[in-house]
Design a protein around this ligand. Structure first.
Ligand SMILES: [Fe+2]
Ligand SMILES: [Fe+2]
Length: 133
């Protein structure tokens, strides 16, 4: 289970809340696969995570453009890479009963924390300078 830590904060309430919600989704997905919930239910959580992740990325990217953030291109490329990987997992999940949920969960956990602690932290100063709190 993933637990939010104050060290993950990017000092913007809206974005921290979105990251927390993504962690909630990952934990929900983990519990659901562990309990061997019906595939339809796991699939619904997976879709929910996907939709929410896209929504979160859009929030960040809108601020990048608004603030003329210097690393906009690289950061968007990272987001697109994840969406692609997520899509691959969803496709695999839908057609394959032997979906490797352990591998998927560790991929998600590592990705989210690495992304927040890496590239997301890099926009902190830019967002703060533009008055976001
Ligand atoms: Fe990001
Ligand atoms: Fe983020």
């Amino acid at each position: 289970m993933l637990v939010w830590d104050s060290s993950y904060s990017v000092r913007v309430k809206e974005i921290d809340n979105q990251h927390k919600r993504m962690i909630d989704y990952i934990n929900l997905l983990e519990a659901s696969t562990r309990d061997a919930d019906p595939k339809e239910l796991v699939g619904r959580i997976l879709k929910g995570l996907m939709v929410y992740t896209i929504e979160h990325f859009t929030t960040e990217e809108d601020y990048f453009r608004k603030f003329n953030y210097g690393k906009t291109e690289e950061h968007i490329a990272e987001h697109q890479k994840l969406i692609k990987e997520l899509n691959n997992y969803v496709t695999q999940f839908e057609k394959d009963d032997a979906f490797n949920s352990d591998q998927f969960m560790s991929f998600l956990r590592d990705w989210l924390i690495d992304h927040i602690m890496g590239v997301d932290k890099e926009y902190m100063h830019c967002f703060a300078d533009n008055g976001l709190t």
